[in-house]
Design a binder for this molecule. Sequence first.
Ligand SMILES: O=C(O)CCC(=O)C(=O)O
Length: 255
Amino acid sequence: MTQTAQQHLSALGADLELSEKMTHELDTLGFTIIHNVVDSDWLEEMRRTIDMLAEREGDNLAIEHHQEEGVTRIANLINKGTVWEKVWAHPLALSACRHIFGGAFKISSLNAREAHPDCGHQPLHADWKKPRPDYPKVHLVNSIWAVDDLTRENGAPRIIPGTHLRKELPEDILDDVEGEHPDEIYLECPAGSVMIFNAHTWHGGTINYAGTRRRVLHGLYIDRNDEPQQDQQKWLTEHTASRLTPAQKWLLDVE
Ligand SMILES: O=C(O)CCC(=O)C(=O)O
């Protein structure tokens, strides 16, 4: 990592010492869950802002990337409120990224997702869809922030431990990426928890049978040399730019 990258990451507080449990889980399982990252006031602000944006954007929701049947997705949160800054630049998430990538990285995107009642099933997938001739290099790290309690009944995401250590994509190996997997684990956790995972790990959204609210955020980070899901320079508003620190600009890879 260059000295500039190290300076910016230090300015962002991305040098927290991770617990042995966290690093062990990240290395062996591909994911870790941390509870009580978001307090109740902050959760309320997130919930209010998500609902306000969903109402305001209507049919235009997530036009920046992709829409999903039966699901509310809100994209480009970086330019949709100051409440999100504490998410995408969170020292814990950045410190975990630093451990997983082992090199310089940047923001790929920050989006919200909520499966509607009886909807939300996704095939098992890795977020990095390309072949991995450079395995075990890590290209993507994801974080799922539980804005509401996540349970098996309301569509907690599922994940297959250890699959970040496979070169292949699930569709190359499995007969049925839609069906149950013998090793799947549901990422059940109370609101305010964050699941950080190596995004080569096979995972997917599940059905919200209970019909209760299950808003989550996806904070996605990418190797600094790869192309992000969202071109931050293209979508950056003057308002956002005006309040960014030099280190935050570096993290977003914007001028
Ligand atoms: O929100 C979730 O439950 C996981 C969604 C997911 O993996 C995705 O949209 O790629």
